[in-house]
Design a protein around this ligand. Structure first.
Ligand SMILES: Nc1nc2c(ncn2[C@@H]2O[C@H](COP(=O)(O)OP(=O)(O)O)[C@@H](O)[C@H]2O)c(=O)[nH]1
Ligand SMILES: [Mg+2]
Length: 232
């Protein structure tokens, strides 16, 4: 590939049920305007099912990351991504891959550094449990208060951003808190960030996060980050 414009990065752990559909959605979204100029990096932690084969068949490059952790997987993927623009999403069919080209256009036309998809403004009934909605509210309110931010969705895992900002931000978390940390860093470093509503869909396959445990870890991480005590 001569020049990579867009790198799509997906962390995976046993996502065979949805991997094919996610790859199809990405290829369908990017082929019309970016064929030959995008790469899909699947950062996989010890999948025992067909996730890796399916991803490879559909054109992704699979990167091995045996160390557990959502944040760890992203940091590994970011380090090898070649695109001018990076886009992230889960491998579970929850995020809309079709918005990626438009978000890249918005980064360019509005001269932004970072866009995060907001799942909550347009959330349809039944997609997220009451407990999850309450958890998300507590986390985003705590983040907004501690860091003087105004985001609607602090936990969204869909970001489209310029790779060049990675030199300016510090990502410490190896776990789920990386999702809030990347937003905190963008806003803290006064980069040009924007939140844009996206659709969000019911998950396929088995959830990898433990709601209460990860929710509490995320909450504690916010305080640690605020007082410069964050650890991987
Ligand atoms: N490589 C890697 N991927 C992970 C790990 N934990 C979760 N994932 C992936 O990260 C994405 C987010 O996990 P998910 O279970 O959907 O969490 P949720 O969206 O917050 O409920 C999915 O694509 C998972 O397969 C991990 O330890 N390593
Ligand atoms: Mg998910």
């Amino acid at each position: 590939m001569a020049e990579v414009r867009i790198s799509v990065i997906i962390p995976t752990m046993n996502e065979e049920e949805s991997m094919g559909e996610v790859m199809d959605a990405i290829n369908k979204a990017l082929e019309p305007e970016h064929k030959g100029y995008y790469e899909v990096l699947v950062v996989d932690t010890n999948s025992k099912d067909r996730t890796r084969e399916i991803a490879t068949e559909k054109g992704a490059v699979v990167i091995d990351e045996p160390r557990r952790g959502y944040g760890r997987a992203y940091k590994t993927g970011f380090a090898v991504a070649k695109g001018t623009y990076l886009a992230t999403l889960d491998a579970d069919c929850t995020y809309p891959a079709d918005v990626i080209p438009n978000f890249v256009k918005i980064l360019e036309s509005e001269k932004l550094d970072f866009i995060t998809g907001d799942r909550l403004s347009k959330l349809k009934k039944g997609v997220m449990s009451r407990e999850h909605r309450i958890g998300n509210w507590v986390l985003k309110t705590t983040m907004n208060v501690l860091f003087n931010m105004r985001l609607r969705d602090s936990q969204s895992g869909m970001w489209v951003f310029r790779r060049s900002i990675l030199d300016k931000i510090e990502l410490i978390s190896d776990g789920m808190p990386l999702s809030q940390e990347i937003k905190i860093e963008v806003w803290r470093k006064k980069l040009r960030g924007k939140e844009i509503p996206i659709s969000y869909h019911i998950r396929k396959g088995e959830v990898k996060l433990n709601s209460w445990g990860d929710g509490m870890k995320n909450l504690k991480y916010l305080f640690a980050k605020r007082f410069n005590r964050a650890k991987p």
